[in-house]
Design a protein around this ligand. Structure first.
Ligand code: 5GP
Length: 197
């Protein structure tokens, strides 16, 4: 695979309610040459989410068919839902020399880093406050069962263990959205300028 890579992959690790949607939209609006990967998920669409932009929302059966057909570069089960990165999208972008941005969890980061040499990947961690802050924000936008909250809390704690290994940490608490956009933009601009297109 290494010989075919001309682009660069930016992996965004972000806990729930961290403002990742706003930050990623900001990047794709301001840098149209940056391609955003759209993962497949079996989770229900939340208010405001758009099919084909935030995710491809598919059934568990459809997801399992894609898994069996080898369509995912990596996939993970989290909080009773499946999430997967489509091989076709990522490889086409990397071969075409595109800077490509993908929001992904720790399991996905580890899988992708085992497949793509680190020099073609940058990991950015969005740090958006403590669990209680994130939980309150998440509950204000959509209800969540106690079970889902407990699973997401465990996930949050696991993801946090990677924070200091990320290449960049972007702070995004409520008062810092503009600053977070600026910081992420600076990171992306630097990657664009170093990537063969
Ligand atoms: P959410 O349901 O809040 O949108 O996402 C839950 C978790 O799934 C987040 O940590 C997010 O980064 C992760 N995720 C989203 N897409 C993918 C994917 O394609 N693969 C993996 N491994 N994780 C993903």
């Amino acid at each position: 695979m290494e010989n075919m890579i001309r682009g660069h992959l930016v992996l965004i690790m972000a806990p729930m309610a961290s403002g990742k949607g706003v930050l990623l939209s900001h990047i794709t609006q301001h840098y149209p040459e940056v391609k955003r990967l759209v993962s497949c998920t079996t989770r229900a669409k939340r208010p405001g989410e758009v099919e084909g932009k935030d995710y491809f929302f598919i059934s568990r059966d459809q997801f399992e068919q894609k898994t069996q057909a080898g369509e995912f570069l990596e996939w993970a089960e989290f909080s009773d839902n499946l999430y997967g990165t489509l091989k076709s999208q990522l490889l086409a972008n990397l071969e075409n020399g595109n800077v490509t941005i993908n929001e992904i969890d720790l399991h996905g980061v580890r899988s992708i880093l085992s497949l793509i040499p680190k020099e073609y990947c940058t990991v950015v961690y969005i740090n958006a406050g403590d669990w209680e802050t994130l939980k309150a924000r998440a509950l204000s936008r959509a209800p969540m069962s106690e079970r889902e909250l407990a699973l997401r809390h465990i996930h949050y704690l696991e993801e946090m263990t990677y924070k200091d290994s990320a290449d960049f940490i972007v702070d995004n608490d409520d008062l810092q959205l503009e600053e977070a956009k600026r910081k992420l933009s600076t990171i992306v601009e630097s990657i664009i300028s170093h990537t063969h297109t």
